[in-house]
Design a binder for this molecule. Structure first.
Ligand SMILES: *Cc1c(COP(=O)(O)O)cnc(C)c1O
Length: 377
């Protein structure tokens, strides 16, 4: 049985190294399904990799965002500045604490928010800014540092795309002015199968997220095993990362350097191949600092180009339908011209481990045909 489709038919797939299954088998054989020392080891390895004092592993990227918002006390009556152009999980996390998303536009060239766009949108009610590190790009709000602190606005980064990327000399996550949230979902830069992490700013924040992810209980598993009671200290959910998922993540970390090289190599191959093609504009990244999560182009007649490529078994994708136009978030909709424009232009090319350079050329050639066909309609 083959579990992978080794060509350009799919848009994304995990980078796997043939060792993940054995790591999981060891956990299952040892009968350690829940949150165990392995999860703690995963946290230490993530923290060491990023060069930060601590990392708190949780069950998903969505759980990471929700926990970070809870830990910083964001809730009813608060406004959270967020780009509309993101996965719906970002906005659902804001809604989960009862806060209101204040949707903002993005820069068409990077698909990311800018300090200017944030400051334009900030109001009395703004309690947090939630930048999305789209495609792995390290959005930099450092120029707003004093302004935001003065207004009591916290920065919670959605770095679901950006594990491994750098901002200046440091890893994304190492900035102590923001809480950073990673996703280790199936197709993210690093995968646990399903998982996530919060990088807290302080030991207190770390303790709060640890309590939140364990139903509000602070005693460790071994402490609970030795006592006839436990204490529920506050609100909490079942958000911990299982050792099964931690085992996958640990194996992934062993090979992360290879993932970084492969993703950059593939992105560069696309960049070179697209250089010869008229009509498609690559959404650029700073490849030295970024672990590219997606390879996106802006094209005219996008829906036609998309359909043309899909009909030819090229796994093009789309990231993402704008949230301010979603029925669930209609109450918070506003005019976002750049977002609406790019959302009609962007197309995600197949981007994963199973693509050879020949596939890249096949995709780009097919894209050329699709552009001609769409333009000549
Ligand atoms: C994947 C993703 C999330 C959510 O992560 P999950 O692990 O799937 O819950 C949040 N934001 C963005 C931008 C994502 O791509």
């Amino acid at each position: 049985m083959s579990l992978t489709i080794p060509d350009a038919r799919r848009n994304a797939s995990p980078y796997l190294y043939g060792r993940e299954a054995a790591s999981v088998a060891r956990v299952l054989e040892a009968g350690q399904y829940g949150h165990t020392d392995l999860t703690a080891e995963f946290e230490r390895r993530i923290a060491a990799h990023l060069g930060v004092p601590d990392a708190v592993a949780v069950s998903s990227g969505t759980a990471a965002l929700h926990s970070a918002l809870l830990a910083t006390g964001i809730g009813l009556g608060d406004e959270v500045i967020v780009p509309s152009l993101t996965f719906c999980a970002t906005v659902q996390a804001i809604r989960a604490v009862g806060a209101a998303p204040r949707f903002i536009d993005v820069d068409r060239a990077t698909l990311c928010i800018t300090p200017e766009l944030v400051m334009e949108a900030a109001t009395e009610d703004t309690a947090a800014v939630l930048p999305v590190l789209f495609g792995g790009r390290a959005v930099d709000l450092n120029s707003l540092r004093e302004d935001l602190t003065e207004r009591g606005i916290v920065v919670i980064e959605d770095a679901a795309h950006a594990f491994g990327s750098h901002r200046g000399p440091h890893h994304v996550g190492a900035d102590d002015t923001a809480l950073t949230c990673f996703s280790f979902g199936p197709v993210k830069n690093l995968t646990c199968g399903q998982g996530g992490a919060v990088i807290p700013r302080t030991p207190e924040e770390a303790a709060t997220v640890r309590r939140l992810r364990m139903l509000g209980v602070t005693q460790s598993q071994s402490e609970r095993a030795e006592a006839t009671s436990y204490q529920v200290e506050g609100f909490g959910l079942r958000y911990q990362l299982s050792s099964v998922n931690a085992a996958i993540g640990l194996t992934q970390l062993d090979h992360f350097d290879t993932t970084v090289r492969s993703r950059r190599h593939l992105w560069r191959a696309y960049s070179d191949a697209l250089g010869e093609l008229e009509g498609a504009t690559l959404v650029d990244v700073d490849l030295d600092r970024t672990v590219p999560h997606l390879c996106q182009v802006r094209v005219p007649y996008r829906d036609h180009v998309f359909a043309h490529l899909r009909a030819r078994n090229i796994g093009v994708g789309f990231h993402y339908p704008p949230n301010h136009l979603q029925p669930a978030f209609a109450r918070w909709t506003r005019d976002l011209p750049a977002t609406e424009r790019v959302s009609r232009e962007i197309l995600s090319l197949p981007f994963h481990q199973h693509l050879a350079e020949a596939d890249v050329h096949r995709v780009v050639t097919a894209l050329g045909h699709a552009l001609k066909a769409a333009g000549g309609r």
